[in-house]
Design a binder for this molecule. Structure first.
Ligand SMILES: [Mn+2]
Length: 216
């Protein structure tokens, strides 16, 4: 069925003392490589979290996603908009990719995020469990490497235990996150993949919880 997950992880993944995180992913049937990829890259000011979906699936999608991931890891300290522009240049000779970037800024205690295409992201605020739905990233239509929309990043305040969920379009965008704040990031990612993967595309879910610490 092509399902691969990282369920075996026994200790939580940490990026400095800033976030704990987990990832779960599944491959399009009969493909050897996923076109979906995630980046979790600490730097001096905080941590960059990004999810990339290379256009289509299979090897060419994976190539585009790999180039984008490498670019984001290398220049993670730059602003999210600068990173999208860099990826746009780097992906011109590829099929292109959609992506959502989220930067946890530890000194400001903010999340700066933007999405090009349809990688969904939701931020669950720990202090507002009874409140309205999670905050969603603003997605602007476009394909990085092919056509960019006007770029604008939104900034939202973060409190310790706030939890970010990001998922590619192989996952039902209405992914259910009820009770997520009581679970570990890896458990949340595994559960969303198990319940909401469409099985018609690669699927990837990354979950990152803000711990409130300072930059690594
Ligand atoms: Mn996809």
């Amino acid at each position: 069925m092509g399902l691969i997950t990282t369920t075996m992880a026994t200790t939580p993944k940490l990026a400095g003392h800033v976030i704990s995180w987990g990832v779960a992913e599944a491959l399009f049937p009969d493909e050897l490589e996923s076109g979906d990829r995630c980046v979790v890259q600490p730097c001096a000011a905080g941590v960059l979290i990004a999810v990339i979906d290379g256009a289509g699936h299979g090897t060419e999608a994976a190539v585009a996603a790999r180039i984008a991931a490498h670019t984001l890891e290398t220049f993670a300290a730059e602003s999210p908009i600068a990173l999208v522009l860099r990826c746009h240049e780097e992906l011109r000779q590829t099929r292109g990719a959609v992506m959502t970037l989220a930067f946890v800024h530890t000194r400001d205690q903010t999340l700066t995020w933007l999405g090009i295409g349809n990688v969904e992201a939701a931020l669950l605020h720990s202090g507002r469990e009874a409140g309205p739905d999670a905050e969603r990233v603003f997605l602007r239509a476009g394909v990085v490497g092919f056509q960019l929309p006007p770029l604008r990043a939104d900034v939202t305040p973060l409190e310790p235990f706030d939890t970010l969920i990001m998922a590619t379009d192989g996952i039902n965008p209405d992914f259910d996150h009820d009770g997520a704040l009581e679970k570990d990031p890896q458990q949340i990612a595994d559960q969303i993949l198990a319940r909401q993967w469409k099985r018609t595309d690669d699927g990837l879910v990354v979950v990152a919880r803000y711990l409130g610490g300072v930059a690594p």
